[in-house]
Design a protein around this ligand. Structure first.
Ligand code: PMP
Length: 380
């Protein structure tokens, strides 16, 4: 592994297995922030050296992210706060009368922003389920689907979903919050992708919405204010809005977050991702399978959830008594977790126990977890 992808803080005597919530920061991000801070200044506004350097760094970060997502002509990259923000942005940019289709297995960030979505049950064959719906829906369609589940780690059949949706003239958004840290995601195959820096080994509140420019340029600005407006007249409402990313990035942008995120994208572009995946798959193989939607038929990223009694207590004991950080609960995917945990659990009391990992995770970490499960009498 290149040292740019070394985890900052790996030497600490603590086993972090909660990457799906927030991944640790890698060296590429930390170095990029350190190098930027002496020049840190206002983006797009000043004539001074700091502002010029900051503007350049911000726009270079955008270009790097464009490369990371395989942006085509006619695509744009908008920096957002996180995936939730990116999905809300696109939800507000939908042309009138667009039907959004989602599956029930989504994270709430991809269930709740859409106006009156068609919600499909999660079945063993989501492509067939979608086909039946697409054949009935008229007009513009957006299918918004997770790349990899934040509950089971399963990679959804997004390429088949995209091919089908495109055959019906629709568009596809991939919620890549969990997929992008583990596998390449390309706009060559999809219309929009969204992801978060803090799950992609970069700290600080930056995320991305990337994809087709036409809806975004035609939409009302997401954040109205300076930067989003080209000129403002004397009369109320007399505004000429910018087009391009600026239209939706009103206010002073999160330069540090964008630069850190882009630095990780660049390091991942240069990395041998097949080798990283191979290591991750060997860690997955060392763990019991956990709950699944597709019964072991789909490839997975490093996320496994277990239906155990009282998962919150188990997670608390692992964290407080054994220095192992995992997560318990509903993972902001209540419909799916209710189904997979077999309970009507409320947030904070029941749900599942989730183990998630990535860059920097070792077989020792997994061994330590499994040994501690044994010591606590937890059967997974
Ligand atoms: N989608 C998925 C699949 C996620 O796992 C998450 C975060 N748990 C989100 C969206 C939301 O990400 P954020 O909190 O960074 O907005």
């Amino acid at each position: 592994m290149s040292d740019r992808l070394d985890v900052v803080g790996a030497e600490l005597d603590f086993t972090h297995l909660d990457y799906a919530a927030s991944a640790p920061c890698v060296r590429a991000a930390a170095d990029a922030v350190r190098d930027l801070l002496p020049y840190y200044g206002s983006v797009h506004r000043g004539a001074g050296l700091r502002s010029q350097r900051s503007t350049l760094a911000y726009e270079q970060a955008r270009e790097t992210v464009a490369e990371f997502v395989g942006a085509r002509d006619g695509d744009e990259v908008i920096f957002t706060r996180n995936t939730t923000d990116a999905l809300n942005l696109l939800a507000r940019a939908l042309p009138e009368d667009t039907t959004t289709i989602v599956f029930d297995g989504e994270h709430h960030a991809n269930l709740l922003p859409w106006p009156s979505p068609v919600r499909l049950p999660v079945t063993a064959d989501p492509v067939q389920t979608l086909r039946e719906t697409l054949s009935r829906v008229r007009g513009q369609v957006l299918v918004a689907v997770t790349g990899a589940s934040n509950v089971t780690g399963e990679i959804w059949p997004v390429h088949d979903i995209a091919a089908l949706t495109h055959a019906y003239g629709g568009r596809v958004l991939i919620d890549a919050a969990q997929l992008a840290p583990h596998a390449p995601v390309s706009l060559a195959d999809f219309d929009y992708v969204a992801f978060s820096g803090h799950k992609l080994y970069a700290p600080f509140g930056a995320g991305v919405l990337a994809g087709r420019r036409d809806w975004l340029d035609a939409a009302e600005p997401y954040l109205r204010g300076g930067g989003a407006s080209l000129s403002v007249g004397d009369a109320a409402g007399d505004v000429v809005w910018a087009t391009g990313p600026a239209r939706h990035e009103g206010g002073t942008p999160n330069l540090v977050g964008a630069v850190a995120l882009a630095a990780v994208c660049e390091a991942l572009l240069q990395a041998d991702r097949a080798a990283l995946d191979e290591h991750e798959q060997s860690l997955l193989a060392a763990l019991p399978e956990g709950v699944t939607v597709f019964g072991g038929t789909r490839p997975r990223v490093g996320i496994v959830s277990y239906a155990v009694p009282d998962p919150v207590t188990v997670a608390n004991r692992l964290g407080r008594e054994h220095g192992i950080g995992v997560r318990a609960g509903m993972f902001c995917a209540h419909p799916l977790v209710r189904r997979l945990s077999g309970t009507a659990a409320e947030c904070g009391t029941g749900g599942l126990l989730r183990v998630s990992f990535g860059l920097g995770t070792t077989h020792d970490d997994i061994d330590r977890l499994l040994t501690t499960f044994d010591a606590l009498g937890v059967t997974v």
